[in-house]
Every structure is written in C-alpha cells, then in structure tokens.
Design a protein around this ligand. Structure first.
Ligand code: HOZ
Length: 429
C-alpha cells in the first residue's frame, strides 16, 4: 500500500487482479518512474483529480487529444445532445462526411479519408493500403517512432515499448518483422542507403514528422523534404503519422508547418475530441484501393461512431480560430523557457525540445535529435523530477520518452504555478 495515495493504491491492487498490470495501456503503469499510477476520478480544464481527491495540473491531456482542456462545455454539450439521438447505428451518417471534409480542408494532401476508432487502426490500415497499392512487401519506419501496436510497427518502437525497454514484441512473427526496415530518425543518408539496397521492395515509409513517442524530437532542417524526394524517386508511399501532430502543431499538422506533402496521413487523438476516433487518408488514387471501391479490406463496427465524430467535429470547428494556436505557442514557449531557467538555477543538465504546444525536457546535456541521443537521457533523474512534480501538484507523462501537451485552458497563472513547481522539483533531482 502506498500511503501517499491510498485510494489509487487500493484501486491499483484490485486492478492488478483483473487487468494485466492493472492498466489498459502499458504507458499508464508508472513502470518508467516507479510508484503507484494515479487513478483518475474526474478532469476539468487543465486539472485532473485523482481517486484521493487531489488536483493536479495536467500535461498529459489524455496523451494529446485534450487541446481544448478537459470537459470543454461546448464539446460536452454536443456529445450529450448527440447521445439522445442514439449512440451507434452501424450505418453511414452525415456527420462523418462533415468530419472528413474538415480534415480534407485542413490537409491539402488528403483527398479522401476513412475513419477508424483508433490511431493504431489508422496506421495499420494505411500500411495495408500502401502495400496493396504498390504491390510491394516492405515498409520503413524510424527507430524510436511509435505508430500504435500493429504487428509490423512494433519494431524498435518508442513510447511504452521504449519505456519498458522491451525487445521487439514476442507474438510478432519473424516473417512480419523482417518486412519492417528501421533506420535512425533525422538521418537522410541512412534512408537513401536502404532504398539503394531494396528500393523496389519498399511499399511505404511511415514517420512521425515531429516525433512525440521518444519524447518530442523535431525534424532537422530539410529532413522531411529529403524523405519526400527519396520516396518519390523510388515510388514508395510516404505516410505521415500525424496522430499526435495533426491539428496540434498547426491546424494542418506538421505537413503545414514544414511544407511537405505526404501521399498518406494518419490521424487520431484531437480529431476525436477526447473520444475514440482515428483516420487515414491521402491521394484519391491511393485511397481508391480501399474496399468497397477497391480490393484492400478495412472495416469497423464503431468506425464513424456518431458520439465520437460529434466530439471531434465540435473540437475541430473550435480550433478554426487562429488565435488559439498563437495562444498555445506563447504559453508553451513561456513554460519551456521558465523550466529551462529553473533547471539551470538548480544546476541540472536538461535539453528541452518543443514544437508548438508539445514539448519534452530531456535530462541530458547533448542535443536530442534521434533515439540514440534520447535514450542517453538520465531516466533516474527524470523519475525523481516526475515524483517531485507530482508532489507539487503537476502531472507529467510518467516516462522520459513521451511528450507533454498544453491546452487552451493552461492559463498564465497555471503556467507560472508549473514553473514554480519545477523550480522546487529540480532542486530535488
Ligand atoms: N501515443 C501514446 C503514447 N505515446 C499512446 C498512449 C498509449 O499507448 O496508451
């Protein structure tokens, strides 16, 4: 029993009896930092409340979706209204067209979109489509990037896989894994080399254009442009996984920010407004291989679920106000500057990477640009910082290899409180 968090601790003990590891997704288990995961009772704005009744400033934001803060009144009202009309039909609705249109309008590279219920389904399906379209077997992913838990993608993956230090997952057949080639992020030469060796076998390159899953790692200047050129030259499908970055780093995602047009894009998180929605889309010619137009099968009972689509649509429409992205940018910049200063004052070596309202403070003194550099961070120092922040009422992702997210409800006052908390927490590292 953890006396600091008696209610969470009791729930965790019970959960472990009936749910593997007590959690329904490994990243929640605090394995990277030790201790008892907080069980959450409610959330509102930038605050989450745990089972012991304690409030925390939340920088997890459900791992990205809650860009407008928790329980936004407009989103909640829309969901409540939608629920009175029934919660699932297993038949098409006009709402799905509206959501697809919002995404297409924001992402010029996307001409058609198929909705799923999660980001994992979206990336898995996008790869199948790319293979069906090109008739090639292999895919390329980047070390430390994470694209959900589809078999071909659990190879040198980031997020929970990196946090737990797992080798490539048992249960993934070697013949599946051997069709996944991995290369270091931010190294165009390594990708060129792979294409020179096996270019005519490669169906797709899938990338988080701004990585969130080894912590936040931005692309180097012209890196995404280089990848675009290489894939184009070899006729491989370029897939931007914008599950995290879509509508986050800019309305039009990382592809808008860096001016690169992929062939396909995957979505999740924000497009569901906190309910389960994913999507994959891209050039019409590619998307028309998807059943029932084409032969590549992909399906889902709850795909395009009316409640989830309503939450997403309401969120995307509210995000049309460009001042929102300015506000997020300045809040995040202020927070990261404040934390950097606090670390410096405490004599703790940190490097912070930030793109818009997502960021990670790495406990290292070298620039972090790929998995090799991210993985050299001092995870024990991170764990001490994490728990000290928790004591100060700030909830960060419980791993060095995750991004923090800011919402529109992270006011100036909340940012200042977080910087004060960081000052005290760095002193204990
Ligand atoms: N991409 C999220 C973590 N980096 C997913 C959350 C989860 O795995 O539960």
């Amino acid at each position: 029993m953890n006396n600091k968090y008696p209610a969470s601790s009791a729930l965790f003990e019970h959960a472990k009896e009936v749910i593997p590891g007590g959690v329904n997704s490994p990243v929640r288990a605090f394995r990277g930092v030790g201790g008892t995961p907080l069980f959450i009772k409610s959330a509102s704005g930038a605050t989450i409340t745990d089972a012991d009744g304690r409030d925390y400033i939340d920088y997890v934001g459900s791992w990205g979706p809650m860009i407008l803060g928790h329980a936004h009144p407009q989103v909640i009202a829309a969901i409540q209204q939608a629920a009175t009309r029934g919660t699932s039909y297993g038949a098409p609705t006009g709402l799905e067209i509206e959501l697809a249109q919002e995404v297409i309008d924001a992402f010029p590279s996307v001409e058609m979109l198929r909705l799923t219920s999660s980001g994992t389904e979206a990336t898995m399906s996008a790869l199948r489509v790319a293979r069906g379209f090109t008739g090639r077997p292999k895919i390329v992913k980047f070390e430390g990037c994470y694209h959900g838990h589809g078999d071909s993608l659990l190879v040198r993956a980031g997020s929970g896989v990196a946090t737990l230090g797992l080798p490539d997952s048992p249960g993934v057949l070697p013949e599946v894994a051997q069709n996944t080639i991995t290369v270091p992020f931010n190294n165009a030469e390594a990708l060129k080399h792979v294409f020179n060796e096996a270019g005519d076998q490669i169906a797709a390159v899938i990338i988080e254009p701004v990585v969130g899953n080894m912590g936040c790692v931005p692309p180097k200047e012209n890196y995404l442009q280089d990848i675009r050129r290489i894939t184009e030259r070899h006729g491989a499908v370029l897939i931007f996984d914008e599950v995290m970055t879509g509508f986050r780093v800019a309305r039009g995602g990382a592809q808008q920010l860096y001016g690169v047009k992929p062939d396909m894009t995957t979505f999740g998180k924000i497009i569901g407004g906190g309910l389960p929605v994913g999507a994959f889309g891209g050039r019409r010619e590619i998307m028309e291989v998807v059943a029932p137009v084409g032969p590549v099968y992909q399906a889902g009972t709850l795909s395009g679920n009316p409640l989830a689509v309503t939450a997403g649509l309401t969120t995307l429409r509210m995000l049309k106000d460009p001042s929102i992205y300015e506000q997020l940018e300045s809040a995040a910049a202020r927070l990261v500057a404040g934390m950097t200063e606090a670390a410096r004052e405490a004599g703790v070596a940190t490097v912070s990477n930030r793109v818009g309202s997502m960021f990670t403070t790495f406990f290292t003194s070298e620039p972090v640009s790929d998995w090799a550099t991210a993985s050299r961070s001092d995870r024990e120092a991170f764990a001490r910082f994490f728990h000290a922040m928790l004591d100060e009422g700030v909830y960060l992702a419980p791993s060095q290899f995750e991004a923090a997210f800011i919402s529109t409800t992270h006011s100036d006052e909340i940012i200042e409180r977080t910087i004060d908390a960081a000052r005290k927490a760095f002193a204990q590292v």
